[in-house]
Write a protein that binds this ligand. Structure first.
Ligand code: OGA
Ligand code: NI
Length: 369
């Protein structure tokens, strides 16, 4: 048990608990029955749903190759696919995204190595709820909350004013360089995705990037999730249901172990990652900017008893002190602004205080207006 450093209770690392050889999980990780994981369910047929041989469905997979080429007809086709995925799913995978596969592999490897360093090395980076930066094991500060079965490392990448490599792990020795390079590539991909979304929404191509603060001033952070093996995976979750509060998330899932589930109506769909793909999802800030033409989607993570899982969630966010509100072009008499203007700093206090709560926050805003 570590000291509490601003947390409501002493912090214990889930990884240490998992490695201690327990055969049942402590009560503070046991979810109420209604929140426990369920098996993937087959849902209605839908044009963009991909069915695999186990009779499950998968989120759309979009090939971005033509976005970088100069065949405008093929690019149109890609734009259409992105548009459908944003409107109908809010979650999709991209391949031929321009990020080196080697770099993706290294990024996973350095973090896997970090989490396997001795406990005392990791504790040097123990975080607090003030900024969340560093090594952490919970989201939210409600005393007595039921916790998730995961540890994480959270760091700021942009704006550069907030980037402090001294707060990033110094071991393994290549981590800082690999993550700096990885961040640079992901920021480029994120900028391109915002362009595609802006065009698809009928806005200027740089509308969303500008609303986020412009190329040099977006807010970007990385949350590396470590989900240890769990002796009773049916009773808990690695990450409870939530929508991402920020702009857009570019997720590099584990290359071997699945676990991410996306909500589709009343069902949960387990994402089957495509090799070398990124999973992209809409966050609450794009829901607000698009006046709910695009919606953030609830998702959660299951754990299992055989294998640890590592994922890198890169949050591509607006600069945190800018007011975010529905684009005027998307506000009409028939469709009034659904959300009041708010900075992301204000907005994210909710999840940082209460922890993951499905889509409760963005939905509560609608009813206020
Ligand atoms: C997150 C998240 C999914 C995963 O970090 O917000 O949803 O697969 N992660 O780890
Ligand atoms: Ni998420």
């Amino acid at each position: 048990m570590m000291s509490s450093q601003g947390w409501p209770e002493p912090v214990s690392r889930v990884q240490a608990l998992a490695e201690s050889g327990i055969s049942s999980i402590p009560e503070r990780f046991i979810k109420p029955t209604s929140q426990r994981p369920t098996k993937t369910t087959f849902t209605n047929n839908h044009a963009s749903e991909v069915h695999d041989d186990e009779n499950t469905i998968n989120i759309p997979v979009i090939d971005l190759q033509h976005v970088y080429g100069d065949d405008s007809r093929l690019c149109e086709e890609t734009l259409k696919r992105v548009s459908e995925a944003c409107r109908e799913w809010g979650f999709f995978q991209v391949v031929n995204h321009g990020v080196s596969h080697e770099l993706m592999k290294h990024a996973r490897e350095v973090w896997r190595e970090f989490f396997h360093l001795p406990h005392e090395v990791k504790e040097d980076y123990a975080n607090s709820p003030t900024t969340y930066e560093g090594y952490g094991s919970r989201l939210g500060v409600k005393k007595g909350a039921i916790l998730d079965w995961s540890d994480y490392f959270f760091l700021h990448y942009m704006p550069s004013l907030l980037r402090d490599q001294a707060k990033w792990p110094s071991l393994p020795t290549s981590l800082r360089n690999v993550i700096a390079e990885y961040g640079e590539e992901i920021v480029k991909l994120g900028g391109r995705m915002l362009e595609l979304m802006s065009i698809n929404l009928g806005l200027r191509e740089d509308f969303l990037l500008d609303a986020f603060g412009g190329e040099d001033d977006i807010g970007a952070c990385l949350r590396v999730n470590f989900y240890p093996k769990c002796p009773q995976p049916d009773l808990t979750l690695g990450l409870s249901s939530h929508s991402d509060p920020g702009g857009m998330t570019i997720l590099l899932p584990d290359d071997f172990v699945s676990g991410l589930q996306v909500r589709r109506g009343e069902h949960w769909v387990t994402v089957k990652p495509v090799p070398n793909a990124f999973i992209i999802n809409i966050g609450d800030q794009i829901q607000v900017l698009s006046n709910a033409i695009y919606k953030s989607i609830e998702h959660r993570v299951m754990v299992n008893s055989n294998k640890d899982r590592v994922s890198l969630a890169f949050f591509y966010n607006p600069r945190s002190d800018l007011l975010i509100k529905p684009a005027e072009e998307l506000v009409t008499k028939d469709r009034p602004a659904l959300y009041p203007p708010m900075t992301f700093d204000e907005y994210r206090l909710y999840i940082r205080t209460k922890g993951p709560c499905g889509k409760a926050q963005v939905e509560s805003l609608i009813s206020q207006t």
